[in-house]
Design a protein around this ligand. Structure first.
Ligand SMILES: NC(=O)c1ccc[n+]([C@@H]2O[C@H](COP(=O)([O-])OP(=O)(O)OC[C@H]3O[C@@H](n4cnc5c(N)ncnc54)[C@H](OP(=O)(O)O)[C@@H]3O)[C@@H](O)[C@H]2O)c1
Length: 318
């Protein structure tokens, strides 16, 4: 089926944005609009407004953000809050002014309180203090989802948000210092397979984490665009967002073993218990989007295999 709506993907070169472009193309969308950051700085209000007036998108996926690990978030707090607030306010407001029919805004699980009950439900938003190291980023993401909610309440805009759990997949960041845990393990174990072990890891391996393949997130975004209306979601989640996860979790120790098996690593893992474990458990409750009809398809094993293949094919460039 050919779908001719004009779809603007903000952040199309990123992990999420590039998966959204692949997903929408394969679903038959023929009118995708993208613009590299060198030609459109989304933190510049006048440029964003002019771009929307020229291009007149009908659907917007907001997957552009200044993202980073704990160190970057903690060091550049002002940049993280300013740039993410600016990107969100500029894009969401321009979408409103240009009468965009549907907007999906990307957030993340860091919006929730540090000690939120597990599994974390949408209703746990703003029920306690945030994790201090990423508070500026989280505040910007909370402001963005509230903007979507209030543009709906005041003007009827069909703007909703998605809060994915930890993502991985092709195009991930495999840098040993700044990567997230799964991509970092893929690289560390790959290097130990070639150069010899052991693989040295932080903590004791007991923390439980949830992982979603980025292609599953892109499918969820397509599902939200086509099936979830702000008006009907508001009765279930007044803040108009849905958690997007798998509802299953794995310990870091078992994750390391699984990646080791996939990569053919036969050496040892050593655990440095003097280093922090982080939160013992972080699982999202994704029952709202599951009940609405979306669920993930890519198993963790298959997802890691294909991500490792992508890493091998591209690893000189990552
Ligand atoms: N990765 C995860 O595990 C994860 C998990 C949950 C939620 N999310 C959410 O998903 C969204 C996207 O994350 P991601 O992992 O795809 O990040 P990413 O790979 O870093 O991609 C972000 C994109 O935004 C673009 N961008 C940043 N600032 C910009 C600006 N001022 N003007 C124009 N473009 C700009 C970047 O452009 P350049 O390529 O030019 O830098 C990049 O293409 C974020 O909201 C994030 O919170 C991610």
């Amino acid at each position: 089926m050919s779908r001719s709506e004009r779809v603007y993907v903000a952040g199309h070169r990123g992990l999420v944005g590039s998966a959204v472009v692949r997903q929408f193309r394969s679903a038959g969308y023929t009118n995708l609009i993208t613009k590299p950051r060198s030609e459109l700085d989304l933190s510049d209000q006048a440029s964003v407004r002019a771009f929307f007036e020229d291009e007149r998108p009908e659907i917007v996926i907001l997957a552009a953000a200044k993202v980073g690990g704990i160190l970057a978030n903690d060091t550049y707090k002002a940049d993280f809050i300013f740039e993410n607030l600016a990107i969100a306010t500029n894009v969401i407001h321009a979408a409103h002014e240009c009468a965009v029919q549907k907007l999906v805004n990307l957030g993340s699980s860091c919006i929730y309180p540090k000690h939120a009950p597990q599994p974390i439900k949408e209703e746990h938003l703003l029920t306690g203090p945030l994790e201090p190291t990423n508070e500026p980023y989280a505040i910007a993401k909370i402001a963005a989802l509230k903007l979507c909610r209030y543009y709906h309440e005041q003007y009827g805009d069909n703007f909703v948000s998605a809060m994915p759990t930890n993502l991985y997949g092709p195009g991930d960041n495999f840098d040993l210092v700044t990567s997230h845990v799964l991509a970092g393990l893929i690289r560390k174990i790959h290097e130990a397979t070639i150069n010899g072990g052991p693989v040295e890891l932080w903590g004791d391996g007991t923390p439980l984490r949830e992982f979603l393949h980025v292609d599953d997130l892109a499918a969820a975004i397509l599902f939200i665009v086509e099936e979830i209306e702000a008006g009907s979601l508001s009765a279930r989640v007044p803040d108009l967002f849905v958690n997007v996860g798998t509802a299953s979790e794995i310990s870091i120790r078992d994750l390391a073993k699984l990646i080791g098996r996939i990569e053919g690593y036969t050496g040892e893992f050593t655990w440095d218990s003097s280093k922090p474990n982080g939160t013992p458990r972080k699982l999202m409750d994704s029952s709202v989007i599951h009940q609405l009809g979306w669920s993930h398809r890519v198993s963790l094993e298959v997802g890691i295999r294909t991500t490792y293949e992508w890493f091998l094919a591209n690893h000189d460039a990552v």
